[in-house]
Design a protein around this ligand. Structure first.
Ligand code: FES
Length: 103
């Protein structure tokens, strides 16, 4: 039985066809995945959040991209500071960070 509260999909910027490295990869997507995992471990949230690194969503200009379920909230143009904010406010505090959502 799955007991995690959230499932986070975060673009690592890989592509299955064409140029293998998408824009999220160029913009540090892999490092952001690591940052997310570290933040969750630091806050003892690893059991509450499943993290899946994904390939390209096809909206690279808005990347790096993260989607948080079960709410289905899309965050974009991520950096390390934004990852910290999302972990603190959404994944720990349960409040969607509306100012970082994709429009
Ligand atoms: S590489 Fe992340 S959305 Fe395209």
């Amino acid at each position: 039985m799955i007991v995690s509260k959230f499932h986070v999909l975060i673009c690592a910027g890989t592509k299955l066809v064409g140029d293998k490295k998408g824009l999220c990869h160029t913009r540090g997507g892999v490092e952001l995945v690591r940052k997310l995992i570290e933040e969750l471990e630091e806050k003892d949230l690893s059991q509450d959040v499943i993290v899946s690194a994904t390939s390209c969503y096809g909206i690279c200009d808005k990347g790096p991209i993260m989607v948080v379920y079960p709410q289905g909230v899309w965050y974009g143009q991520l950096d390390e500071d934004k990852i910290e904010t999302i972990v603190e406010e959404h994944l720990e505090g349960g409040q969607i960070v509306t100012q970082l959502m994709l429009k």
